[in-house]
Ligand binder design. Structure first.
Ligand code: NAP
Ligand code: GLV
Length: 322
């Protein structure tokens, strides 16, 4: 009789018990291991992870799948002892919708001066702010992947002027029979395209993965290339941002505002200077989430592909880093 499938839930900072009902429904015969006592490590076939404890994955000899519970995998590849096993991420249209809602809100709340209206309302004052048509406001999305493209499409539908930046060249609706991009999106790519992209971003949205190439990309040099007073929205990772450079750019008026959902230190400590700056709006990494049933289903699909010898169809390219 073959050993039952064993799935471990590994995180150094999240309580994964909320995932158990969905995994019990998806894998009724499996052993699910959570918490301090994982049982014999040699039984574990799949690890469902968010910031897994460093070195632990390397101690699982039977491991066939390392499954991220998110779109990003940087919290897994940060482990210097990461074993050579397929790492899979979540690709989920519902996650795209959640991100789209958050990014549209963040763009609009700043461009339509919603902070000023909240202050006016608290003081019972009827006070108008300038009303600028969306097409006069240029939103740039760094990262035209699953999430960046979903956001671009929604912002275009509202009427914003939208541009995007990716690592590789994308095909556009005007020139290509099979476009990768929604009509109206102005596309830039690579290091050579970055300056032209930034020059037209009244709002810059970071939806890049965290890789060796993108760590610290939101820095003084990049801020200097944006139009004066631009709004930065970081929904990528905290380590995309050089925090001291953001404070400096806000103080100089180079940037007008920042909305940050991802921070280098999470939770952001109460004494952190970002909390005290009225131009910075912090949200606690809630831009979007994936439903437990979707994580369980994608874990099952990924395991099935790996067991069928088709890991390359679902595993993240670790050389590329995303
Ligand atoms: P994805 O589908 O892998 O797309 C990544 C995009 O970034 C691609 O367009 C890629 O270019 C581009 N890119 C990568 N490296 C680049 C570089 N060096 N220069 C320029 N462009 C580069 O990723 P996704 O699913 O959209 O997710 C993006 C990120 O969002 C995740 O990695 C995660 O960090 C973050 N996220 C945050 C939350 C939240 O709640 N705050 C939730 C989910 C995800 P190519 O198209 O040329 O490959
Ligand atoms: C969340 O940040 C994710 O990567 O899904």
């Amino acid at each position: 009789m073959s050993a039952p499938l064993t799935i471990a839930f590994l995180s150094s900072n999240l309580d994964f018990s909320y995932l158990l009902p969905a995994f019990q429904a998806q894998f009724p015969q499996a052993q699910l291991r959570l918490g301090q006592d994982l049982g014999p490590l040699e039984d574990i076939d799949a690890a469902v992870c968010w910031c897994p404890p460093e070195g632990l994955l390397a101690r699982l000899p039977r491991l066939r799948l390392i499954q991220s519970v998110g779109a990003g995998i940087d919290h897994i590849t940060a482990d210097p002892a990461l074993p050579d096993r397929p790492v899979c991420r979540i690709i989920d249209p519902d996650m795209g919708q959640g991100m789209t809602a958050y990014v549209c809100w963040a763009v609009i709340q700043q461009q339509r001066h919603m902070g000023a209206y909240l202050r006016s309302a608290a003081a019972r004052r009827w006070e108008e702010q300038p009303v600028q048509p969306p097409r006069q406001h240029r939103v740039g999305i760094a990262g035209l992947g699953t999430l960046g493209l979903a956001c671009a499409q929604a912002l275009l539908a509202i009427g914003y002027s939208v541009r995007g930046w990716s690592r590789t060249h994308k095909h556009d609706a005007k020139h290509d029979a099979k476009p990768d991009l929604p009509a109206g999106l102005q596309a830039f790519h690579g290091a050579a395209g970055l300056a032209d992209f930034l020059a037209g971003c009244d709002t810059l949205v970071c939806l890049l993965p965290l890789t060796d190439d993108t760590r610290g990309i939101l820095n003084r040099e990049l801020f200097r290339q944006l139009p004066r007073g631009a709004h930065l929205i970081n929904v990528g990772r905290g380590d995309h941002l050089v925090e001291a450079d953001l404070l400096e750019a806000l103080a100089e008026g180079r940037l007008g505002a920042a909305t940050l959902d991802a921070l280098s230190q999470e939770p952001l400590p109460p004494q952190h200077p970002f909390w005290a700056d009225p131009r910075i709006l912090i949200t606690p990494h809630i831009a979007t989430r994936t439903a437990p049933a979707v994580i369980a289903r994608q874990t099952a699909d990924n395991l099935a592909r790996i067991d069928a010898g088709r890991a390359s169809e679902v595993a993240v390219d670790l050389q590329r880093g995303y």
